[in-house]
Design a protein around this ligand. Structure first.
Ligand SMILES: [Zn+2]
Length: 369
């Protein structure tokens, strides 16, 4: 099997770097579609537009409606079609970023992602997750290229709620666990081939960085402070996790996350990375990993406020049928569950979820002693 590694053309990270967005975007185009939701426009609009216009870039402002859905993508493309857009800039969370990639692709322009939270690894990848207008997972959309620029302002990220930052750690912790499984299974990653040594090293570095600096970084963000630990974790959540998942592989953790979207109810109050954290724990149980590794994983999750039990993902009262529905969705033929090194049945997923829940409760009891 051939190996493939893909990445954005440029990654820029630093405190207050958003004030220089114009100089970074200038080589990419002279007419920019800038897309963000109302909240982000209010927060950063003046800085972004000011910097772009200072560099002579014409700005077409778009208000993102909040869902990374087919309809939203079509709406934005239709409005921008005849405006000569050279570059699309998406500012916001994972859904705004996933949408701007689809819009940029549709308009044949360059595209730039500016995450305002380090909550997921969407900013660097060449794919979007598409949901229905109601927020149910529909599909992955793949593009022939990654973003032309990823611009990450660590000051903006440190000022966002800590919960977003912790959720990003939840998403990033999955990277090595899923990459390792895909590599062991000798399956292809999203990038289209087997993992290179580079992707393998990046995915493992992501895991090590989160254990080294995750707890300290969360404490800093709690105070809206930017420290070297915050810089390290922002890079792990965004760049290392993004390159790692795309070029090393996704497996059970994200398949289980996607499975959760078939349920209705309170679970949808959880963030992507929070649900992925429980999916990762479930995968570690499925794989029967070393107990030390599982204990360490749970301990870090508990310390930074990531869920590890069914109650914490609002499924305490879920019926067996509901859990089975999640597991069935996670095991669908086109799901990344198929990157696991062994065949996984829905019943195995249900059993692993129940065990993950019970195991985490025991580790928490030990931690409280
Ligand atoms: Zn993810």
């Amino acid at each position: 099997m051939e190996k493939t590694f893909i990445s954005p053309s440029k990654y820029v990270q630093g405190s207050n770097v958003i004030e220089k967005i114009g100089s970074y975007v200038k080589p990419l185009g002279t007419v920019a579609l800038v897309m963000a939701d109302d909240f982000v426009w209010e927060l950063l609009g003046d800085k972004v537009v000011g910097s772009l216009e200072k560099e002579g870039i014409k700005v077409e402002k778009v208000v993102f409606q909040g869902e990374s859905s087919e309809n939203e993508v079509i709406r934005i493309i239709d409005n921008a079609k005849d405006k000569n857009i050279g570059v699309c800039i998406g500012i916001g969370g994972g859904k705004a970023i996933d949408t701007v990639k689809a819009v940029g692709y549709g308009l044949h322009s360059k595209w730039v992602t500016v995450p305002t939270v380090a909550a997921s690894d969407a900013p660097t990848s060449a794919l979007s997750v598409i949901y229905s207008d109601e927020g149910v997972f529909e599909s992955y959309k793949f593009y022939p290229q990654n973003p032309d620029l990823v611009l990450v302002d660590t000051k903006v990220i440190a000022e966002a709620p800590t919960r977003f930052f912790a959720a990003g750690i939840g998403d990033a912790l999955a990277t090595w666990v899923e990459g390792r499984a895909t590599i062991e299974a000798r399956k292809k990653a999203m990038a289209g081939g087997g993992a290179t040594l580079a992707a393998t090293a990046i995915a493992e570095k992501c895991w090590d960085t989160l254990f080294a600096y995750g707890y300290s970084a969360v404490q800093a963000v709690e105070k809206n402070a930017v420290t070297p630990a915050v810089e390290a974790v922002v890079e792990a959540n965004t760049l290392l996790s993004g390159l790692g998942f795309e070029s090393a592989g996704l497996a059970a953790a994200h398949a289980i996350h996607n499975g959760f979207t078939v349920l209705h109810g309170e679970i949808h109050s959880l963030m992507h990375g929070e649900k992925v954290a429980f999916g990762t724990l479930t995968q570690l149980i499925l794989e029967s990993r070393d107990m030390d590794e599982i204990d360490r994983f749970i301990e870090l999750c508990v310390q930074i406020g990531l869920p590890t039990t069914l109650a914490e993902i609002k499924l305490e009262n879920a019926s067996m049928e509901d859990l089975y529905k999640v597991a069935e969705a996670a095991c669908k033929p086109d799901e990344t569950m198929n990157n696991m090194p062994f065949e996984v049945t829905p019943q195995m997923v249900v059993d692993a979820m129940l065990t993950a829940d019970q195991y985490a409760k025991k580790v928490k009891e030990k931690m409280n002693k």
